[in-house]
Design a binder for this molecule. Structure first.
Ligand code: GDP
Ligand code: MG
Length: 294
């Protein structure tokens, strides 16, 4: 039976490697991507009903606006359907304390119309930070499945494995319609490439990477449409980021509550304990002083 290709993607320090270890155990190998020094970690995960998944732990990246070799590795894989590692499912690992920033990358990957599963890791920190999540609401509005997990406490890993097994149930509807970024710009592209995903074309143009045979030069040649100047592209990229954060803010406004009074409570408790300690030390020294004087 065929293995399920899984790509683990996420901002740095969200716990990708911890998730990778939880899924693959000792079935891992570490190599390099051809020609570059970026580390490539792969492993096998045994799923329910004898299914196996091939898992890649990709380098940490904040967005698909590539600016480093690490980020390029992620984009090139996601744009190349012919790559033997092209994911059947992208698993975006986020940490519960930085959901807003993490969701930027999630929405970008989801817009490539690959089944994209959201893992919210570090659930063990929610109480302490006064964070609560309406998972049903988030699943509905991000149009995905969510695994709320803690690799530290080994919570939620079985659910994650089940969701990966049933990856075909995950909707591939994009979060953002690319034309929302700039209508005329994308209408031109759509006319020239009626069968291509607009967001993919946009990544090819802005990141100067290829997918299949389509390169930036080719897009220019076919469309007779001059690629915008660097400043124009920057402006479009900013516009994209703003649109994405508007979408994310709206979803989180209802789906996430952060009760700072709970966090504050903890701080005042700490203050009280510290004050007690200070009094303790004072009394202790007063007694010492009395003994020495005596
Ligand atoms: P990566 O950079 O995304 O690969 O993240 P790592 O797996 O290296 O983890 C980054 C840090 O987060 C490490 O210090 C981990 O110990 C910590 N971490 C990972 N998972 C959890 C978790 O579930 N709860 C908590 N509290 N910390 C975690
Ligand atoms: Mg890592």
């Amino acid at each position: 039976s065929k293995q399920i290709n899984v790509a683990l993607i996420g901002n740095p320090n969200t716990g990708k490697t911890s998730v990778f270890n939880a899924l693959t155990g000792l079935n891992q190998k570490v190599g390099n991507y051809p020609g570059i020094t970026v580390e490539k970690k792969e492993g096998i995960c045994k799923l329910p009903r004898g299914v196996k998944a091939h898992i890649i732990d990709l380098p940490g990246t904040y967005s698909l606006n590539a600016s480093s070799l690490d980020e390029n590795v992620v984009i090139e894989l996601l744009l190349n359907k012919k790559d033997k590692d092209f994911p059947d499912i992208a698993v975006v690992v986020s940490d519960v304390e930085n959901l807003k920033r993490n969701l930027l990358l999630f929405t970008q990957i989801k817009d490539l119309e690959i089944p994209t599963l959201l893992v919210i890791n570090m659930a063990d920190r929610m109480d302490r930070k006064g964070i609560s999540l309406d998972i049903d609401y988030l699943e509905e509005h991000l149009q995905t499945k969510i695994a709320l997990i803690s690799t530290r406490k080994n919570i939620g890993i079985d659910k994650l494995k089940n969701l990966i097994t049933n990856y075909k149930d995950i909707s591939i509807t994009p979060c953002l319609n690319a034309s929302q970024i700039d209508k005329t710009y994308f209408d031109n592209l759509r006319k020239a490439f009626p069968n291509q995903l607009l967001y993919k074309l946009w990544l090819v143009i802005t990141q100067d990477v290829n997918f299949g045979k389509t390169s930036r030069k080719e897009i220019e040649a076919v469309t007779n449409f001059k690629t915008k100047s660097k400043t124009d592209l920057k402006r479009l990229q900013q516009k994209e980021t703003i649109k994405r954060y508007q979408f994310i803010n709206n979803v989180l406004k209802v789906g996430q509550t952060i009760d700072t009074s709970q966090a504050k409570d903890l701080r005042s408790k700490l203050d009280r304990i510290l004050t007690h300690k200070v009094w303790g030390y004072l009394i202790f020294f007063a007694i010492l002083l009395t003994i020495f004087q005596a």
